[in-house]
Design a protein around this ligand. Structure first.
Ligand code: HEC
Length: 96
């Protein structure tokens, strides 16, 4: 094969590979809400009790906010952003 043709093929191959890698990485990138309220509640709200209490509850956004703040007062480990995500998830999943 002509040397220039081989170089051209290699270049095309490298460009294609970089493109594939970029596409793969873009998919791996978690969405902002990936560690969303669901994952957080399953991880942080099961330290003292299981989620049965949560599954049985039906609360408005304000009531979930108060509940989550009460749980944080008891020792639930959630920062402000995480509390907001959990409250949002619980309000959607267990509405009144
Ligand atoms: C540090 C321990 C602890 C953690 C962590 C915890 N809880 Fe609780 N939770 C309790 C205790 C103790 C009770 C029972 C007494 C009470 O209701 O105040 C309770 C009761 C509840 C109840 C039933 C009472 C009600 O208000 O409906 C719900 C719902 C609840 N927890 C949700 C959660 C959620 C959601 C999280 C995560 C954000 C969480 N808990 C994390 C200790 C905890």
């Amino acid at each position: 094969m002509d040397k220039r043709v081989r170089i051209l093929f290699s270049a095309v191959f490298v460009v294609a590979l970089v493109g594939l890698l970029a596409a793969a990485c873009a998919q791996e990138e978690p969405a902002p809400a990936a560690l969303g309220g669901k994952a957080l509640s399953e991880e942080r709200c099961t330290v003292c009790h299981d989620l049965t209490r949560v599954h049985n509850a039906q609360k408005s956004a304000e009531e979930w906010k108060q509940t989550v703040e009460r749980m944080v007062g008891k020792g639930a480990k959630l920062n402000q952003d995480e509390q907001a995500a959990v409250i949002e998830y619980l309000t959607e999943a267990y509405p009144k």
